[in-house]
Write a protein that binds this ligand. Structure first.
Ligand SMILES: [Zn+2]
Length: 241
């Protein structure tokens, strides 16, 4: 097992971790690798984190994006243009832009609620800063914009607990209805799959970061419902405050 394979992606176990101490394992034109990190690498419709890498002498490297390298938990930290790259072995503190990440976590969790309210397969989606959307494979049906807004805010006000669990590949195979998202392959490997459980509301494979209770999402609204083709309905959400 090499250093990359052992790199620890702390965002998978603790979505609330804002910083961590780490060591640079490699740095090159493609990005900077650390032995552990709090940065979420873009994937599953959620953007990569931004932030800084802070060195012992106070020097900071601005990180403008984080992406997956050769494995789902191998994170490449993309430095701002013109940054001086650190040397392998250097200790560093990795710090994410928490306000932005928290907004992404709130919206990402809200998209799970949307998934629970609207029937039909999810064919795509994107978490944005302050907004988000899901595409549903639905025939000509009238979707009730105000009704969906009310449903979302009810589930948010009910303050359901949100938990990450791991289930076996066999359990997942036995429940094909768990996989609502056709375009996103659930994170799996070593015989287990990470699932997000919003108690009593929604259960599905997901590798993203989420808030721990639906109440943290805050008031939202359906901003727009678009027809993107004969069978495709795009529901756009936005925070109300
Ligand atoms: Zn998720």
């Amino acid at each position: 097992m090499n250093d990359d394979a052992m790199a620890e992606a702390l965002c998978r176990t603790d979505g609330y971790a804002r910083s961590c101490d780490a060591v640079v394992t490699a740095a090159g034109p493609d990005g900077i690798r650390l032995d552990r990190t709090v940065f979420y690498p873009a994937g599953g419709g959620q953007p990569g984190d931004t932030g800084v890498l802070r060195f012992a002498d106070g020097v900071e490297i601005r990180i403008v994006d984080a992406v997956k390298a050769d494995g789902p938990d191998t994170v490449l930290h993309i430095p701002a243009e013109g940054s001086t790259l650190p040397a392998p072995g250097m200790p560093v503190t990795a710090v994410i832009d928490w306000d932005r990440r928290y907004r992404l976590m709130r919206m990402h969790t809200c998209l799970h609620l949307l998934c629970a309210l609207v029937p039909g397969e999810v064919t795509g989606g994107q978490v944005g800063d302050g907004k988000g959307r899901l595409d549903f494979n639905l025939p000509e049906t009238r979707l009730d914009k105000d009704g969906i807004t009310a449903g979302l805010n009810r589930l948010i006000a009910e303050d359901h607990p949100v938990r990450v669990r791991w289930i076996t590949d066999e359990e997942l195979a036995a429940k094909p209805d768990l996989v609502r998202t056709m375009s996103v392959k659930p994170p799996s490997g070593a015989g287990r799959v990470r699932v997000l459980d919003i108690e009593g509301v929604d259960l599905q494979p997901c590798g993203g970061t989420h808030v721990s209770r639906t109440g943290e999402i805050g008031p939202v609204e359906v901003a727009k419902i678009e027809n993107k083709g004969r069978q495709n309905r795009r529901i756009n959400l936005a925070f109300k405050s």
